[in-house]
Structure formats: C-alpha cells, structure tokens
Design a binder for this molecule. Structure first.
Ligand code: SF4
Length: 299
C-alpha cells in the first residue's frame, strides 16, 4: 500500500462550498487526523482499499459528545485528490473533494514557471548562493563539520537533514519566497515537482550549517549573510513568517536585517534579479558572477 497521507502534508476538504484544512496520518491502510485551523475535537478516521487498479477511500468524521457523524466514500482520482460523496447526522449530504493543499501545488507551479522564464531571459546559468558547493566538500563528508545549533537557509537537497522550507515565486525581476508553514522533507517526490527546473531554482532548502566545511564561512560567521545584508535592499517591511527562524544561522547572526532581505534570495538563478543587480554592485563582482557559473569566489 503506497502512502497517500504523508504526516507533513496539509489536505483540504471541500463540502458545500466550504473548505477546511486537515492534517492526516496514514499507517498501513488506516489513516486518521483532525482540522488544523479549527479548535475543536472533530476527528477523522478512514481506510484505504485497493483493487483492480482502483483506490477507494472511506472515512468517518466524529465530534465527541454532540452526536455529529459524517460518512464519506470516495475514489482517488489522482495522487493529490480524492472525490466522493458524504452524508451527516445533521441532514446534510453532497459531493466532497479532499485535495493535497492546492495553495502549495499552485506555488510550486508558479515557481517552476518563474524559473523557466528566468532561464529564457539569460542563457548563462549562474549560481548566486553556493554555501557548500564548488567542490569544497563532498556531501557525504559533510557531517564532519555540522554544527547542530544552526541551519543554513540556502542549502541543497542532497545534504544531511535537508528540508524544503520555501518556494520561490514572484517574477524573474523580483523573485519572492513563499515560506511554508512547516518544512517538507527533501524526498524524490517533492524534488521531482521542480522539473524541468532544478530543485534549487524552485525551492529554498535548509540543512545543518557546515561552518568550516563551507567556503562562505569565515571568522566564525556566515560571510554570505553578512554580504547580503550589506549589498541587498530590504524587500519587506515585516519579518516573514518563517518556520526555521529558531535555528536559522542568518537570523542568529544578522537578525531582522537578514529576514527583511531573505525573500529575494534564490540559490540557483540563470539571470540576476533587479534588486540584486542594483544593490549588489560594489559588494559582489556581478560581471564575473554572471560570466562563470562555477566561479563562486566572487560572492
Ligand atoms: S533569514 Fe529570516 S526569513 Fe530567511 S530563512 Fe532565516 S529566519 Fe527565515
């Protein structure tokens, strides 16, 4: 039985034109969960059955002590959506959909489109933020230098403990990270959603800060964070709601100054965004950066 309800996913159930977010967890063929935004004791529990290439799902919604029950029966119509019908003890009935959070799916679509448009605008790939790259250390040696207290917010998917914490939406000129409510694991399924773009064009990844294993680290500080604060303009007036702040090295080192600039940061870019082109002059050797995709020493 493949897993449909990953514990880190958010699902949305829509009935009678109203939508509610759910967090659901699957064990074998059984699953259960509750509402995310509604503070009540409503509980969902269901079963998944497979046969003849079809996946069916039935589940019960209960609210203890008030006699409310709703029964649902549906069919998996694709990996992100179940459609079916329901009845409840309040006399309601109708069609329902249960979808993996469509906002996230839309964000990834937007980010992929932005990344592809960005490539078209410049045939020269550049990689603005390579905290561990350029062959400084192989990924499987990375544990040597991991400092457990801090995380790097401009990492890659194949490093230890890597997770997705943002999706780079916005436009070619003004990329804008949408920060996720909770980080997602860097699984092949999630990474594949970036294709044909590279994962680091579409997502922001966080993993343990490598400190001396990273060429951006010096004098006990992340030099990249320091240069971003010196060279880039703020792009927001309020701290983004960010799930990794507690462990983020940039935050611990530069505080608000980093967070107010962070939404424009894209690890892999094929063309320089406008604020970086304007704000980075004098701080970064932009001409060299644009010309040489592998020359990370310019940042
Ligand atoms: S710099 Fe601020 S907004 Fe960016 S990842 Fe760190 S805590 Fe989040």
């Amino acid at each position: 039985m493949s897993i449909i309800f990953h514990p880190e996913d958010t699902w949305v159930i829509t009935r009678l034109s109203k939508a509610y977010r759910l967090r659901l967890t699957q064990t074998g063929t059984e699953w259960s969960g509750q509402y995310i935004d509604t503070n009540n004791s409503t509980h969902f529990s269901g079963t998944i059955v497979n046969g003849r290439g079809i996946t069916l799902i039935h589940f019960l919604q209960t609210t203890p002590n008030n006699g409310y029950y709703a029964v649902h029966a549906g069919k998996l119509v694709h990996s992100d959506a179940i459609k079916g019908h329901w009845y409840d003890t309040a006399g309601h009935a109708g069609a329902f959909t249960l979808e993996r959070d469509p906002n996230l799916a839309q964000s990834i679509d937007n980010a992929r489109e932005r990344a592809i448009a960005n490539r078209i605008s410049s045939p020269d790939p550049i990689n603005l933020f390579p905290p561990t790259t350029a062959g400084v250390i192989p990924a499987n040696d990375a544990n040597r230098n991991v400092h457990p207290a801090f995380d790097c917010p401009s990492s890659m998917p194949d490093l230890p403990n890597s997770q997705i914490f943002g999706v780079v939406e916005g436009s070619v000129s003004y990329p804008a990270v949408t920060y996720l409510e909770r980080s997602l694991p860097s699984t092949p399924d999630w990474i594949a959603t970036a294709e044909p773009a590279e994962p680091t064009e579409v997502f922001r990844f966080v993993s343990s800060c490598l400190e001396i294993g990273c060429r951006q680290f010096g004098n006990g500080r992340c030099q990249l964070a320091q240069r971003i604060v010196q060279g880039f303009p703020p792009v927001t007036q309020a701290l983004p709601t960010c799930a990794i702040r507690q462990s983020c090295r940039w935050w611990h080192q530069e505080r608000e100054a980093a967070c107010l600039r962070c939404p424009q940061i894209v690890r892999t870019n094929y063309a320089l965004p406008t604020p970086i082109r304007r704000g980075g002059e004098g701080i970064f050797d932009l001409s060299t950066t644009v010309r040489h995709s592998d020359d990370h020493t310019t940042l």
